[in-house]
Ligand binder design. Structure first.
Ligand code: MGD
Ligand code: MGD
Ligand code: SF4
Ligand code: MO
Length: 758
């Protein structure tokens, strides 16, 4: 007999359920209730299976399915771990081990010093959608409440913030309205700026199987012929940055054809007339030329919108990572509002969340302009409500939104940051304009890096490193893209002296003198119980949830305290706004009347190519986990530059050549992947390889930090570059592997499990 721990996959925002099977016969492997629980002893017999992970059939979001990342999750999590706190005075010195007590004393000294010399805004904390909700919440209380600066931002700024502001401005609140059941019911899926097949594979499989069975249509809008696009009924390989043109072009035709839901527009929306005026400027001829597609293809997309009963849009970074990211999200929402594809089964605008708990971060207030419970820093009533809950005097929370991720880098440059605290993210790889980022990091008087692994690119810029307990080593909650909340149970002891992120934040709070604020936080269950009180009456009401209830299985919000949990329908498959009422002051959804603006850095004679960046199926971000898994490295052995055969020919490049790619900010050196899967004029580099994993292959050496003025999300999806041939040749084996890597199968074969060996 084996004991089973239930959890959620720690990678993408699909949020697949995992079951971890622990041989019960083995007393050393008892599940830990949280990281303060009694710790089982370690054993080190080589090759002995200590636990196995498999898809959880009882999880409503994934029904037992997992992809290759979930299927290999055990293989990298015990390698190269950061085991204890370490410190150094200068970046050119070696680290020396210290105790947690010494580390906490040092942090408290730095916080007090920063406040004394420049005030609380000299402290910046940069967190992550890979936190659990309890980590996020405790950090908000410490930073925004007790320390009194809103300078807490997360890598979600590079990821979801355009969707957050799109929903907020159109609907009056953040919160993706659809649920995964809509994947089963749509007859037309509109996928724009998302490589769902590689990045949200279990969603993609569920969707395409249904569409195939029911003869539904799949529209994919992406400058690359990705694996997602290969399955499309209609793929439009538009020019990077032309999505506003396309979306308005579709709107223009729908209007011309009279394919509107006038009663929905009348009853549930405002601002339609201004939107109609905007659409007048987007006739098919102009749109097709700007997007680099034919008028027929544009019309075909609009016809599919017009004739389908239930249109569901999915999008992610091809839309959000843009200097007009908010406008693009709102332009997608406009199409749903004008055609009444809202609030009904199989319809709606659905932003696919990237990270496993970016959703929980939004709920807990984990960006510089928001507070727990989908509240706004700028709203005095919201601040007061949170101050009261935190037993802090009125005025404790600053009325000024804090610095967004890139603004923290600029503040470091200006010498305005005394303490930079990074946790669960690796900005020395993932930030735009990396050379500038690194120079700013090198100027930081004191940087803390709180991570599970060592070294990472960011620990190279840290003065103090703090070992974090990661997935499997702490119990806490995550919310996936469809608002399903899963309790992720700890089932193994933390490595070395690693601690849960929330424990670290709470300990610092207590040592700063905020004993009352953190005294009740003995376990993560206590933290969650405190957090949900702040969601009462909000859209993301979770007052009906606690760790105990979630231990019986995941539950979707909204879940108010008084709600019934009797039937499956009470727990899952809920969509927002099905009554046509929204959270704006008038109760009506707002059409956006915004024009196309285009790329911040269009190509020119010096930098004639548009470079885009993104992900590969088997790797996760900056490789801290997947880079340590042989099978995944074999699948994707290294970075490369995708280029169309026509463009390669024009540059006199052949397979096997290496090129230098230069932007105004930096350069990289890469082998070529010549492929028809990319639109001519566009190039692609995967984002995964930082300087510890490869020499001069960092995608972000090239990108620029220009951002959407509303969401402050940088345009990581497009910059202008030049390409020149290098003398070096790729070795034949690498070249073969590079060419082969798009052929990998999508799914873990049924029955296969991830095995952790020690
Ligand atoms: N395998 C894997 N899966 C992941 C992750 C991972 O690291 N690895 N990370 C997770 C995270 S945090 C995120 S945010 C998601 C990201 O998920 P996705 O957004 O699906 O992934 P990306 O590869 O960043 O970009 C998606 C697509 O946008 C296209 N694109 C580029 N420019 C444009 C444009 O101007 N218009 C349009 N329409 N499309 C454009 C690119 O060609 C690319 O195919 O994935 C999550 N899942
Ligand atoms: N060019 C380009 N750049 C991009 C993107 C792109 O598409 N193109 N995408 C952007 C997007 S959408 C994202 S989400 C970011 C992702 O970029 P990052 O957030 O920088 O990437 P990760 O590798 O996921 O970093 C997570 C870190 O947290 C650590 N970690 C894991 N679990 C825990 C934990 O429980 N606690 C702590 N303290 N640490 C933990 C890991 O070891 C790792 O070092 O990249 C952004 N940058
Ligand atoms: S799709 Fe794959 S990476 Fe994403 S949650 Fe599921 S198993 Fe994990
Ligand atoms: Mo992301």
């Amino acid at each position: 007999m084996a004991d089973v721990a239930k959890t959620q996959c720690p990678y993408c925002g699909v949020g697949c359920g995992l079951e971890v099977v622990l041989p019960q016969a083995d007393p050393d492997i008892a599940p830990a209730a949280h990281s303060q629980a009694p710790k089982p002893a370690h054993r080190d017999q080589a090759g002995k299976i200590i636990w196995q992970a498999r898809g959880d059939r009882a999880h409503p979001s994934s029904l037992g399915k997992i992809c290759v990342k979930g299927g290999t999750v055990g293989e990298g999590i015990d390698r190269d771990r950061l085991l204890y706190p370490m410190v150094r005075d200068r970046l050119d010195q070696d680290f020396r081990r210290i105790s947690w007590d010494q580390a906490y004393d040092l942090i408290v000294e730095k916080i007090k010093g920063a406040i004394a010399s420049q005030g609380p805004d000299a402290i910046c904390v940069y967190g992550s959608g890979q936190f659990q909700t309890e980590d996020y919440y405790t950090a908000q209380k410490l930073i925004k409440g007790c320390i009194g600066t809103n300078n807490f931002d997360a890598n979600s700024r590079l990821c979801m913030s355009s969707a957050v502001s799109g929903y907020f401005h159109s609907f009056g609140s953040d919160g993706p309205p659809p649920c995964y059941a809509d994947l089963d019911q749509t007859d037309c899926a509109f996928l724009i700026g998302t490589n769902t097949a590689d990045c949200h594979p279990i969603i993609f499989n569920r969707l395409t199987q249904q569409l195939k069975k029911n003869k539904g249509t799949l529209i994919v809008i992406d400058p690359r012929r990705t694996k997602t696009a290969e399955k499309a009924t209609l793929h439009l390989a538009i020019k990077p940055g032309s999505d506003m043109m396309l979306l308005h072009g579709i709107g223009h035709l729908l209007l011309k054809w009279g394919k509107l839901d006038r009663s929905y527009i009348e009853a549930s929306t405002e601002g339609f007339a201004a939107y109609v005026e905007v659409l007048a400027h987007y006739p098919p001829r102009v749109v097709a030329a700007a997007c680099g597609i034919s008028i027929q293809h544009l019309a075909a997309a609009a016809r599919l919108w017009a004739k389908s009963q239930r249109v569901l849009s999915l999008w992610s970074m091809g839309i959000n990572q843009s200097t007009e990211g908010t406008a693009k999200c709102r332009a997608i929402i406009n199409l749903h509002l004008m055609t009444g594809n809202m609030g009904r089964p199989g319809t709606g605008p659905f932003s696919l969340t990237g990270q496993p708990n970016a959703m929980g971060g939004r709920e807990a207030g984990g960006l510089a302009h928001i507070l727990p419970g989908y509240r706004q820093v700028a709203n005095p009533e919201h601040r007061r409500e949170v101050e009261r809950a935190w037993q802090l005097p009125e005025g404790s929370i600053s009325s000024t939104p804090g610095l967004a991720a890139w603004e923290m880098i600029l503040a470091l440059e200006r010498g305005e940051v005394e303490l930079f605290w990074v946790a669960a993210t690796n900005p020395a790889v993932s930030m735009p304009d990396l050379e500038r980022t690194k120079r700013a990091l090198a100027r930081s008087p004191f940087t803390i890096c709180q991570d599970a692994y060592f070294p990472t690119e960011t620990t190279e810029y840290a003065h103090l490193v703090l070992p974090a307990a990661q997935w499997g080593e702490k119990t806490g909650v995550m919310t996936n893209s469809e608002r399903v909340v899963t309790l992720c149970q700890g089932f193994k002891q933390a490595r070395g002296e690693a601690k849960a992120d929330w424990e670290i934040f709470a300990a610092v709070g207590r040592r700063l003198g905020f004993t009352q604020q953190f005294e009740a936080q003995a376990t993560s269950a206590d933290v969650f119980a405190e957090f949900v009180i702040l969601t009462a009456g909000r859209l993301c009401d979770m007052t009906g949830l606690d760790h105990g209830r979630l231990a019986a299985g995941p539950i979707q919000w909204p879940m108010p305290a008084q709600a019934s949990l009797e039937t499956a329908a009470d727990r899952f498959d809920k969509r927002l706004y099905s009554n046509g009422r929204f959270l704006t002051p008038s109760g009506k959804a707002q059409f956006a009347a915004l024009h196309h603006r285009g790329l911040a850095e269009p190509p020119d004679p010096d930098y004639p190519w548009v470079l885009t960046t993104g992900r590969l199926y088997g790797h996760w971000h900056t490789l801290t986990r997947t880079g340590r898994i042989e099978r995944l490295n074999k699948m994707h052995p290294g970075a490369f530059l995708e280029i169309h055969p026509k463009d390669a020919a024009a540059l006199q490049l052949v397979a096997g050549d290496w090129v230098e790619v230069r932007s105004r900010r930096g350069s990289v050196q890469l082998p070529l992947l010549i492929t028809r899967a990319i639109a001519p004029g566009t190039l692609f580099v995967p984002m995964h390889w930082g300087f510890l994993w490869a020499d001069k292959m960092e995608a972000n050496a090239l990108t620029h930090p220009e951002a959407c003025p509303i969401s402050k999300q940088p345009e990581l999806k497009a910059c202008a570059v030049a390409v020149a041939k290098l003398a070096t040749q790729a070795d034949a084996q690498l070249q073969e592997q590079v060419q082969a890597q798009t052929q990998e199968p999508l799914m873990v074969p049924p029955g296969q499990v991830a095995i952790a060996r020690r």
